[in-house]
Write a protein that binds this ligand. Structure first.
Ligand code: HEC
Length: 181
């Protein structure tokens, strides 16, 4: 049983190609809803959610950094002399990690043979994980809440404006959306 578990937890989730279930993201208009949605996307080690995060990010560590406390630590990453990304704050760093994992690779966690230049983490804005901006920020809301911090990422206030950019690019997440009015 342990063996099977160990093997399964090492499967990179490229094989999971199903479009995620469609929810109306216009309804994510409070931080509480973001925390809830983020928790669903993250899931647990027993049952990873759509983001598949705990398949790699386990609470005891291993093949990926532990994410408990990440919202407290994130700001120190951008002060690392190796940091060459675009983030100016810890939260922007976590957003960047989701969109562009190779923008900064935590030392020792890079793909073998790349000298920590390439991250093994999937780009979560692309299939098969395919998270939209509000979904990615909802995962951050979940982290902030789990770490006992205030949630500072923003829910949807104006669906047309806040979702426009994603609507063009990330069609799975927006299948259920209809134009306002
Ligand atoms: C296939 C395994 C894998 C999956 C799935 C995965 N990650 Fe990662 N992630 C990694 C690895 C390995 C690193 C360390 C290398 C790096 O910095 O990119 C990392 C780094 C990170 C970091 C930076 C951590 C730090 O301490 O600086 C964050 C934040 C993060 N991941 C969030 C997520 C979230 C959120 C998800 C789910 C939506 C996710 N990851 C899914 C493997 C994964």
């Amino acid at each position: 049983m342990m063996m099977i578990f160990a093997v399964a937890s090492n499967v990179v989730p490229q094989a999971i190609g199903e479009p995620p279930p469609v929810i109306d993201l216009r309804s994510i208009d409070t931080v509480d809803k973001m925390v809830e949605l983020g928790g669903e996307i993250f899931g647990s080690e027993a049952e990873p959610g759509r983001g598949k995060c705990p398949m790699c990010h386990r609470r005891i560590g291993g093949r990926a950094p532990v994410l408990d406390g990440v919202t407290n630590r994130a700001a120190t990453r951008i002060k690392d002399p190796r940091y060459k990304g675009h983030a100016k704050t810890g939260i922007e760093y976590i957003e960047e990690s989701e969109e562009c994992p190779s923008c900064f690779v935590v030392a020792g966690f890079g793909k073998p043979g790349t000298n920590d230049a390439v991250s093994p983490m999937p780009v979560t804005v692309n299939p098969p994980i395919y998270l939209s901006a509000i979904e990615r920020d909802s995962v951050i809301a979940f982290f902030q809440d789990r770490d006992g911090n205030d949630v500072t990422v923003k829910p949807i206030t104006d669906p047309e404006k806040d979702l426009r950019w994603d609507k063009e690019k990330y069609k799975y997440s927006f299948k259920g959306l209809k134009p306002k009015g």
